[in-house]
Write a new protein. Structure first.
Length: 181
């Protein structure tokens, strides 16, 4: 089951990058089958959702299709989006929420054209060290939870689960800093 999910994400990633490269002119002329662009700058948030991309990169699947993929790690989807809009990257990979927010705020005009993963229960977590005084979600009240970017999917998921356990956004999230407290 897990292998099928990774394979699906891998396939979606390979297809997406091939499509983004404009795999071919559709005619039968001398340019038929040639890539419009064979070298791509691809920024991806190194997260579990991006596993398909990394497997494809590691296994040379892009090279096998005539693509040179120059991978650039980014710390957040917001960073990837801002730099893609500025022309630094051809393709970026990150969470849907940040792309939708950027679109709504008119900070970007990007198309989401391929699904990289589908979130299911158990794909995200809040972790503590074994000797931490935090043993359950209720123990997080008044604590700080680190996230990689404000208002992204991790922020929204964390705010949601904390609200379900008695710590609503008004009490646990500071609007000024947009960090979880």
């Amino acid at each position: 089951m897990g292998i099928r999910r990774v394979s699906g994400a891998l396939l979606a990633t390979v297809v997406a990058l091939a499509l983004a490269a404009g795999c071919s002119n559709s005619g039968n002329g001398p340019d038929a089958g040639r890539l419009e662009k064979s070298v791509l700058s691809v920024a991806v948030v190194p997260a579990v959702d991006s596993a398909g991309f990394f497997v494809a990169l590691d296994r040379g699947l892009f090279k096998a299709q005539g693509l040179t993929v120059n991978f650039v790690p980014v710390s957040s989807s917001e960073t990837a989006i801002a730099n893609q809009v500025a022309g630094a990257y051809d393709i970026t990979g990150g969470n849907y929420v940040s792309y939708i927010q950027a679109q709504q705020a008119h900070r970007a005009n990007l198309d989401i054209f391929a699904e990289g993963s589908v979130m299911e229960p158990g794909t995200q977590g809040i972790y503590t060290l074994p000797d931490s005084p935090v043993a359950n979600l209720g123990d997080l009240k008044g604590q700080t939870v680190a996230i990689n970017a404000p208002d992204n999917i991790l922020f929204l998921l964390t705010a949601s689960v904390l609200a379900e356990h008695g710590c609503p956004p008004g009490a646990c999230i500071s609007p000024a800093s947009r960090s979880l407290k």
